[in-house]
Design a protein around this ligand. Structure first.
Ligand code: FAD
Length: 485
């Protein structure tokens, strides 16, 4: 964290706490439920200034400790108070290469805002909204405060996967003077940020703009390269890369394993969202990507995370008549961001909580017609710390449906592991990596993000990318190697 500057906030602590938390302006729920425009509209200058004045400027700010990439929140908010918005953006960029992204999709309530000292008496500082404000201000003013780049070390690093883990790692390594190439299997850079999270939460231009900033810093991107198929990890070393960071994510969809999942109209969330977002199925007839036509149909998504919310809100935008969210626990246990649940309800999504599908029913042509569900109750906490859902005997009922999307979690993307035999994995194919250096069992190979932890969050993946960059830098400059076990 930067040395403390004298406060530029003219208000006394009591006066700061008397200012209410400024609300994020948002699009009308009835209109936005039928279009792909961004739901949150962002702070204007006056709202941002007013919100920034609420910061208590703690001597030892918990918000920075609660941020997996360590953004110096107090310093950037102070710059907002001083009216130096570009300076504020540059301050965030010292730790975070994707501020316009994290300002939109971070679960701040579980990170920086969750530990904000204001929580003791009043709602926390809207750190995410302020981060988004300064990142947008910087982009609109066309003067991005890119960090300085160290002189070339002559070392080359390959990054496999262009999600938040790969991008954060690339941003730090390029600043340290290493040559960085990111290899991505898909045709667009961004990982889940472009194939999973819909544009009404995270417009594509925002991601492209952040990727362009990395390009300007010198990062090279190669798309349509499936590492493990097009080129192996060992071939990358043979080509002169000194280290490889595997950040391939957890994009393999889980299914429920119940009868009827093969029926027409049953999708995995990954396939559904990828077709709609990345392959532009939402822009028919401009793009002729085949997907289920849910206009006027009743659609359900099974799950309680961000993916489930994105799936069901997408179905509304594609014309679904009824949109149900089916989740086996209660709303309190839903892992999704609180804001997404609120937005979904405002848009007309019906929540069927404590409900679990046990079978999907089809007609004689193999098309889905209903989900057979049972009601659940909650028992003792399970390994995840959440109360275990238990079926209620005799509670079976059918929900008529034309389409169902399964968002019941994901597993490790397997291709790199299956073609790199000396890379140690644990259950479900996740790569074993040292939690601090992110070294794997194979010399020169590091791994981080969802491919190590399982599906998590953008900011945790970015935190892993930053740790890996530090580990790789030390390895390239010292040659020391202690394998993970
Ligand atoms: P990914 O983002 O999955 O990126 C991995 C990349 O590696 C992909 O681009 C993939 O194509 C590529 N790849 C895979 N195999 C290969 C290979 N062999 N060769 C080359 N490239 C390869 N988190 C939040 O914090 N907030 C949210 O609101 C949120 N919403 C979400 C919504 C959805 C629909 C989903 C699916 C996830 C959401 N998450 C959210 C979770 C978050 O997006 C992930 O935790 C994060 O993206 C993980 O980053 P990553 O870099 O590890 O992997």
């Amino acid at each position: 964290m930067s040395p403390r500057t004298p406060s530029r906030n003219p208000l006394k602590p009591k006066e700061r706490m008397a200012i209410p938390r400024q609300e994020m302006p948002q699009a009308d729920p009835h209109e936005r439920a039928h279009n792909y425009e961004e739901v949150n509209l962002g702070f204007e200058l006056d709202l941002a200034k007013q919100e920034a004045l609420r910061c208590l400027e703690c001597a030892s700010p918990k918000c920075t400790q609660g941020c997996p990439v360590g953004v110096d929140v107090r310093a950037f908010v102070d710059l907002v108070v001083a009216g130096d918005y570009l300076g504020a953006a540059a301050k965030i960029r010292e730790a975070n290469v994707l501020p316009a992204v994290t300002g939109r999709v971070c679960p701040q309530e579980h990170a920086c805002e969750g530990v904000c000292i204001l929580n003791a008496k009043v709602p926390p500082l809207a750190i995410g909204h302020l981060e988004r404000f300064v990142a947008d201000y910087e982009r609109k003013s066309n003067s991005i405060g890119l960090p300085p780049i160290a002189p070339s070390t002559g070392k080359k690093v390959a990054i496999v996967g262009s999600g938040p883990a790969g991008l954060a790692c690339a941003g730090d390594l390029i600043q340290k003077g290493h040559a960085v190439t990111v290899f991505e299997a898909l045709h667009e850079i961004g990982g889940v940020l472009v194939y999973g999270i819909p544009a009404f939460r995270l417009p594509r231009d925002i991601v492209r703009n952040e990727v362009d900033n990395l390009r300007k810093m010198g990062v090279v991107f190669e798309t349509n390269v499936v590492v493990g198929k097009t080129v192996t990890v060992d071939e990358l070393f043979a080509e002169g890369f000194g280290a490889v960071f595997v950040a391939t994510g957890a994009g393999l969809p889980n299914f429920l394993g119940v009868p009827g999942e093969h029926l027409n109209g049953v999708y995995s969330a990954n396939e559904w969202l990828t077709r709609v977002n990345l392959m532009n199925a939402r822009s028919f007839p401009e793009y002729d990507e085949p997907t289920f036509d849910c206009r006027g149909k009743d659609v359900a998504v099974v799950g309680g995370g961000n993916t489930a919310l994105d799936g069901i809100r997408t179905s509304l935008r594609l014309g679904a008549r009824k949109a149900y969210l089916i989740y086996r626990r209660s709303e309190k246990e839903m892992p999704a961001r609180v804001e997404e649940v609120r937005h979904a309800k405002e848009e007309g999504v019906e929540l069927h909580m404590l409900t679990n599908p046990v079978e999907f029913l089809g007609d004689d042509k193999g098309n889905l017609v209903a989900a057979r569900c049972v009601k659940m109750t909650l028992g003792e906490p399970d390994a995840s710390g959440r109360r275990r859902p238990i079926p209620l005997p005799g509670s079976q009922y059918d929900i008529p449906l034309s389409m169902v999307v399964i968002a019941a979690g994901t597993s490790a993307n397997p291709i790199v592991q299956s073609t790199t035999p000396d890379l140690k994995t644990r259950e479900k194919g996740y790569i074993v990596a040292d939690p601090e250096s992110l070294k794997t069992s194979k010399p020169g190979v590091f791994a981080g993000g969802d491919i190590v932890t399982g599906g998590a969050t953008v900011i945790l993946a970015m935190g892993a990318g930053r740790k890996a960059a530090q580990g790789i830098h030390e390895y390239l400059t010292t040659g020391d190697w202690e394998p993970a076990n």
